[in-house]
Design a protein around this ligand. Structure first.
Ligand SMILES: *Cc1c(COP(=O)(O)O)cnc(C)c1O
Length: 379
């Protein structure tokens, strides 16, 4: 079946008790049992909840995985995946990870004996050279935030398979509509459902999808043991979101391409980072590995002062962190999403003070461009 069909139907069927077409919000903590040990497969809602299960099955189908396990945030999903490791294990990760993930790895998980090497994963051979006898897991994001660099998932997956390592890919920026890491050889995909999967900026959540049954079972064990579950209401919201994922992503992509072209042709914009532009250094790889380029763009206006003036002048674009919603959000990575990095770390990654990130929404693209045009005219 096609993606849009699965997005609407996978994991869901009319509710057996009433015929309700939409999976209800099962707001219950517990379930009546007929006799000791006799029940319908549901005992307690941390362990099993029908609304959450529908969402987990839905996203697992979209990612072509065996099992989805939903958590109360993207960070909770990532931390559950990392708890599959043991003290002493070594992890190789992209050096330009989402800031919260970098903080989790370097300020919390190091206290439990995990070791990390960060490197530029756009060159898969670097990953290979960083492997030690203690390496167990490789963790990458592609495209990266905010510079939109691309790692070759298939090439990294081949290295991992040959060395018996797990490959985890954060697929938040592309969603399964444009990129399916498991089909390219990854073992686990993680998402902040807060972004494109929910798509309406009205919930925080996360999910991990495993390609294999064993990882899926271990993640479900962590979910039940630690308890950072996604609530039934929030599961229902994300299920409502994934029903329109295909149409939303197509429009994010169309609007994203138009805004990127506009910015690339503007004399006050020094450079534009968008994998859909032919001069993006990994445009060919992006075309091979993704079926679209999405709505995330960053661009440099040259200085903090100019970025600040631009962000004060926008009217339609909302100055805010986060991404992937129906509305266009604009942000300043150096002082917002990447403020926890030192100035040296930001400089090493190429996150300049003039860099602006935009999550292109679903408004009429002429209106988005007109807003950017009037704001750029002021700098
Ligand atoms: C937002 C985000 C996260 C963290 O997700 P939360 O839902 O905010 O906990 C992880 N990875 C990426 C790429 C993100 O954009």
């Amino acid at each position: 079946m096609g993606f849009a069909t699965e997005a609407i139907h996978a994991g869901q069927r009319p509710d057996p008790s009433t015929g309700s077409v939409i999976t209800p919000i099962y707001a219950t903590s517990t379930y009546a049992q007929e006799a000791i040990g006799v029940h319908k497969g549901y005992e307690y809602s941390r362990t099993h909840n029908p609304t959450r299960q529908a969402l987990e099955a839905n996203i697992a189908a979209l990612e072509r995985g065996r099992r989805g396990v939903a958590f109360s945030s993207g960070m909770a999903a990532i931390s559950a995946v990392m708890s599959l490791l043991r003290s002493g294990d070594h992890v190789i990760a992209s050096h330009d990870l989402y800031g919260g993930t970098y903080r989790l790895f370097t300020r919390l998980l190091v206290n439990y004996g995990l070791k990390f090497s960060f490197l530029d994963a756009t060159d898969a051979s670097r990953v290979e050279r960083a492997i030690t006898s203690e390496t167990r897991l490789v963790y990458i994001e592609t495209p990266t935030n905010p510079l939109m660099t691309i790692a070759d998932i298939r090439a990294v997956a081949e290295i991992c398979r040959a060395r018996g390592l797990k490959l985890v890919v954060d697929n938040t920026f592309m969603s399964p509509y444009f990129q399916r890491p498991l089909a390219l050889g990854a073992d686990i995909v993680v998402h902040s459902t807060t972004k494109y999967l929910n798509g309406h900026s009205d919930s925080v959540g996360g999910i991990a999808v495993a390609a294999g049954d064993e990882d899926g079972e271990r993640l479900a064990f962590v979910q039940n043991s630690v308890g950072a579950i996604l609530s039934p209401f929030e599961s229902w919201l994300v299920l409502r979101g994934t029903k329109t994922l295909a149409v939303r992503m197509r429009q994010h992509d169309e609007n994203g391409r138009a805004v990127a072209r506009f910015l690339a042709g503007h004399r006050k914009v020094l450079c534009v980072h968008y994998p859909g532009l032919p001069d993006h250094p990994q445009h060919e790889l992006a075309r091979r590995q993704m079926s679209g380029f999405g709505g995330m763009i960053s661009f440099d206006v040259g200085s903090f002062e100019k970025a600040n003036r631009l962000l004060q002048r926008v009217r339609l674009c909302t100055l805010a962190e986060s991404l992937g919603g129906v509305e266009t959000l604009i942000s300043h990575p150096a002082t917002m999403t990447h403020a926890s990095l030192s100035a040296e770390q930001r400089a090493a990654l190429g996150i300049t003070d003039g860099l602006v990130r935009i999550s292109v929404g679903l408004e009429d693209v002429e209106d988005i461009i007109a807003d950017l045009e009037q704001a750029l005219a002021a700098i």
